[in-house]
Design a protein around this ligand. Structure first.
Ligand SMILES: Cc1cc2nc3c(=O)[nH]c(=O)nc-3n(C[C@H](O)[C@H](O)[C@H](O)COP(=O)(O)OP(=O)(O)OC[C@H]3O[C@@H](n4cnc5c(N)ncnc54)[C@H](O)[C@@H]3O)c2cc1C
Length: 288
């Protein structure tokens, strides 16, 4: 966003890739890195801020290799200094559950202070329920996840027996280009012992992407190698955060690549990227 507004941007990331989350496919990170470089955003991956000094016109930031990279332990090796106007720190979130007496009523928290609740959103204290970010990163810290948890908790309070389905919560990241994902990555499926394949289609092969001249990006569908069931989808490109809704329905309702491939998609639309990926996954020829 800041780059689009005309600022010169440098991103310092401790991990070796942008968006180093287990839910984000590595290929998506690569596409984003490529697109950011085209926008002249400087990426310092595998680097951390080791010091900063304010004063004068801006901030002097000292950057060094991440602990995992700097194996020699030589603190001076690879150190560089950046002179910048502003430094924006956006690392992690912390709970604000201390000092309000949760322990006195028997609501348990983990060592970091996140409230413990099961998938029905019950806490350890009967009659006390918890939803949203207060549950911490072991659940999903997103607005639409919090809303869905609220519905589950409210229905359970009224006597239902619902559980929150964390496996089909989509993620949306409003970078340019946008990133969106739902379900498993291929790497995660393999870790879980699920035989998975994937099919990827480049955004530039889609007519609507050509029309709106937003060519960077791709759509990847991860599917069960034997049944063709759609296990996940990973999108990067224009309107990815809108396009993920179809894939979310597919994962949630256990559709197969044939189901998606056999669904007529309007032309020319960006949604055709999901259709083309499904056709490729189903082994059918792509449209010209
Ligand atoms: C920079 C940023 C960008 C984000 N972008 C997205 C996005 O694009 N899409 C998305 O889905 N999610 C996004 N999120 C996550 C999203 O904001 C949260 O998941 C969502 O707000 C969680 O809702 P919540 O009700 O659990 O908590 P909050 O929205 O944090 O609400 C908790 C409220 O409780 C109040 N409070 C705290 N302590 C007390 C107390 N002791 N007594 C009374 N009130 C108290 C707080 O002031 C706050 O108003 C983003 C988060 C951040 C930080």
């Amino acid at each position: 966003m800041l780059s689009a507004l005309g600022a010169e941007v440098t991103i310092i990331e401790a991990m070796p890739r942008l968006l180093p989350l287990s839910s984000v496919d590595e290929a998506v990170s690569k596409v984003l890195q490529r697109e950011f470089k085209k926008r002249k955003i400087q990426l310092l991956l595998d680097q951390t801020v080791v010091g900063m000094e304010t004063g004068g016109e801006g901030v002097r930031v000292t950057v060094g290799p991440s602990a995992g990279t700097n194996l020699s332990g030589d603190r001076e090796r690879g150190i560089q200094h950046l002179e910048v106007e502003k430094l924006l720190v956006c690392v992690g979130r912390a709970p604000n559950t201390g000092g309000i007496g949760l322990e006195t009523v028997g609501v348990e928290c983990d060592a970091k202070g996140w409230v413990l609740a099961d998938r029905s959103l019950r806490t350890g204290r009967q009659g006390v329920w918890a939803i949203g970010d207060v549950l911490g990163p072991s659940k999903i810290m997103l607005a639409h996840a919090a809303s869905a948890e609220g519905e589950v908790a409210a229905e359970n309070i009224m006597g239902a027996a619902r559980e929150m389905d964390y496996d089909t919560v989509p993620g949306a990241i409003f970078t340019q280009p946008e990133v969106a994902m739902v379900g498993l990555t291929q790497a995660r499926a393999e870790t879980e012992g699920i035989p998975a394949l994937s099919a990827t289609v480049l955004m530039r092969s889609i007519a609507k992407a050509q029309i709106i001249d937003e060519l960077g990006g791709e759509a990847k569908i991860v599917f069960h190698a034997k049944t063709g069931r759609i296990l996940g989808a990973h999108l990067v490109g224009p309107h990815a955060t809108d396009l993920i809704a179809e894939a979310t329905l597919a994962v949630r309702t256990r559709l197969t690549v044939n189901d998606l491939a056999g669904t007529i998609h309007a032309h020319p639309t960006l949604a055709e990227v999901i259709h083309e990926a499904a056709l490729k996954a189903a082994g059918r020829p792509l449209h010209g």
